[in-house]
Design a protein around this ligand. Structure first.
Ligand SMILES: [Zn+2]
Length: 401
């Protein structure tokens, strides 16, 4: 069993959860949108193919005004780096020293970026786009050899949410997803607290995880969990995905729809209201502060799949709740993990491909390590998301027939 992280030194003051400067132009939010999905994009001029940086309205080379965000090679050479020791900004003042520098990209432009500690001028570097604690996109220069993006240094800890040495609540240990996520988090070095509804009934325990009674549909149960663990969690993973086949007319009444709304919407809202304030207040506290809130959602939250009509509607409510939490919980990162049909008892009649709970669990750990906030897991979810981004109206018609 992974021992729980050490208690914080009571003589140290608690750092306030400040935010880095977050003003961006609408154009510059293209970097934020890419960072949220773990992509690397820059604007490219449609007329002359010049890669642009910083983001702008008009091409710096030919004055063309058609600048599309495209994936471009992200490698380059670090030209210069400096260590900032004094800052007038309250957020950075608490986090000095901080390294920044300029990178000459192979793709053309020279960019200003946060620079990882081990890089020196002349080194080859890989640029990544990350979300900062305000939820805005920033550029970071990493060594080429870095295997994953969450290198364990103070700068990268600000930009990622590695579960290692953090205490994580997984809400639904009775579901195969909850079990798989708990195992993946334990393997990633987290201390896992696994919620079990009706804990007096038999359940399959997960070696190394701490089991507690938690039923999101029961206000008393959520309150007891918050009282015991509210100030001691750094990550919450809501794995309680409740999906049932059936269209609106076929249901005939509201019974299942009410259960779905309770599981997808009211339950998570109850949990957020109980745990959110304490989590947010500890978002800058210690070396591994509270950092993330993960929701597992059906990809049909984006567009209703009528044969799963009431489930899709409840998932749309859950997605909307999650978007509101993203603003309310800042600087806690809210991660939405969208999945298609799962390989479980409720999807036996659904044809492959289906997502195994272990694949979903692996994707959640990777999203936390890389600091991503929107993930689609599996072929179906990735396909639906791509079609939705392309044209939501066309997708609505495709799913309705
Ligand atoms: Zn141009």
């Amino acid at each position: 069993m992974v021992p729980p992280p050490k208690r914080k030194n009571p003589l140290r003051r608690t750092q306030a959860p400040l935010l880095p400067p977050s003003a961006r132009s609408r154009t510059a939010l293209g970097i934020t949108a890419a960072a949220a999905q773990g992509r690397f994009v820059l604007q490219v001029c449609a007329a002359c193919e010049t890669v642009q940086y910083p983001p702008r309205e008009i091409c710096g080379a030919c004055l063309g005004d058609e600048l599309a965000w495209r994936a471009v090679p992200s490698e380059g050479t670090l030209l210069a780096a400096t260590t900032i020791r004094i800052s007038g900004d309250p957020y950075f003042r608490e986090r000095m020293p901080w390294r920044t520098g300029t990178v000459a990209m192979d793709a053309g432009p020279t960019v200003i970026a946060h620079v990882q500690a081990s890089l020196v001028p002349g080194d080859r570097a890989r640029l990544v786009q990350k979300l900062d604690r305000a939820g805005q996109g920033v550029m970071v220069a990493l060594p080429l050899a870095a295997t994953h993006d969450s290198l364990d240094d103070p700068m990268m800890r600000e930009l990622t949410n590695d579960p290692q040495d953090r205490r994580v609540l997984v809400t639904d240990g009775r579901h195969p997803i909850g079990q798989a996520v708990a195992r993946a988090l334990l393997a990633a070095g987290a201390h896992v607290v696994l919620g079990i509804a009706d804990i007096w009934k038999p359940f399959a325990s997960v070696d190394g995880a701490e089991m507690i009674e938690l039923d999101l549909t029961d206000a008393d149960s959520v309150r007891r969990c918050a009282a015991a663990y509210g100030g001691r969690l750094e990550i919450v993973v809501n794995t309680g995905l409740y999906t049932r086949p059936g269209g609106i007319l076929a249901r005939g009444d509201l019974t299942t729809a009410r259960v779905e709304m309770e599981a997808a919407y009211f339950g998570p809202m109850r949990l957020a209201q109980a745990l959110g304030p304490a989590l947010r207040s500890r978002a800058a506290d210690g070396t591994h502060p509270a950092c993330a809130w993960v929701n597992v959602l059906s990809v049909y939250a984006l567009t209703n799949l009528p044969s799963w009509g009431t489930t899709s509607a409840s998932q749309a409510a859950a997605l909307s709740l999650s978007q509101a939490l993203r603003a309310d919980l800042r600087p806690i990162r809210v991660v939405n993990v969208l999945v298609g049909p799962l390989d479980d008892e409720w999807h036996q009649t659904v044809p492959s491909p289906k997502v195994a709970p272990t694949a979903l669990a692996t994707a959640i750990v990777r999203a936390l390590r890389d600091g991503i906030e929107d993930v689609a897991v599996g072929d179906v979810a990735q396909d639906i998301l791509a079609r939705w981004l392309d044209d939501p109206k066309i997708l609505e018609r495709e799913l309705a027939t």
